[in-house]
Write a protein that binds this ligand. Sequence first.
Ligand code: NDP
Length: 294
Amino acid sequence: MTARIIDGKALAAELRNRVAAEVIRIKRDHELTPGLAVVLVGNDPASELYVRSKHRQTQDAGMASFEHRLPADVAQDDLLALIAQLNRDPAVHGILVQLPLPKALNTEVVINAIDPAKDVDGLHPHNAGRLAAGFAALSPCTPLGCIILSKTVHASLEGMNALVIGRSNLVGRPLLQLLLNENATVTIAHSRSRDLPNLCRQADLVYAAVGKPEMVRGDWIKPGATVIDVGINRIPADGGKTRLVGDVAFKEAAEVAGAITPVPGGVGPMTVVCLLVNTLRAACAIAGLPRPAV
Ligand code: NDP
């Protein structure tokens, strides 16, 4: 193996410590405790796991954590009423509605109901539009994490050829905008793109956010490239068990790449910490304080 393994877990722990130190400072200097409200509708086991982890990490960082659990058959108006209440609550600076929502609820209407100043998932069209226009915005956590991880390898991404595979509102599209802000030259690929292996071979930076296990092969990677694997796929393993793999064939790609994130332990841990970063930023912005130094 030649690639440097980007240790997302260790880097996330460092960033979490910096956030916690900043929270102590603003509590002391401004009597402000950043607060994150997480809304979970139904009891999908994967969502339960994410929500528990967010709750624990928010508290560990010294912030206030508010959990709201609603039954899967909650009326949309009741969910909207809860969001309106959280929008008004001065102790809440970040609101996250855990996705996916049950099918009977309209995700777009629910996201649009969140105050953009508290939209720490960065999914409200106000924030997506500001990000696309190059203005300061709350951006989605996973793409933010991808940029932070890339910058542990390259001090600057300026002029680099970046390929983003996937164009979802959650990952691919905002990542494209963040990379542009970093002055990278960005190509975005999707299911209709032609000759993906060849597009990939041109890229100094590869971001795979597809949801297809080990789709990106080793011989697609330009020697020395940095590979950030966003994918989380559960596949069958020996003994009737399952295991997690990314969208990149890790072993093959690590023979060619200069640096690569593992799955698990790469993008995932950084995503949760970026939620804390966004909550801290939202709290400071709402209180009229300067942007925190994290
Ligand atoms: P979506 O399903 O919303 O988007 C997938 C994208 O991949 C689409 O744009 C789709 O193209 C594209 N795609 C599908 N098949 C191909 C193909 N054969 N070649 C090229 N592009 C293709 O997924 P998300 O963006 O929400 O998530 C992507 C992955 O990242 C998933 O594995 C998810 O679990 C993981 N994830 C991980 C997070 C983390 O914290 N680590 C957070 C969020 C997601 P088209 O638009 O044409 O359909």
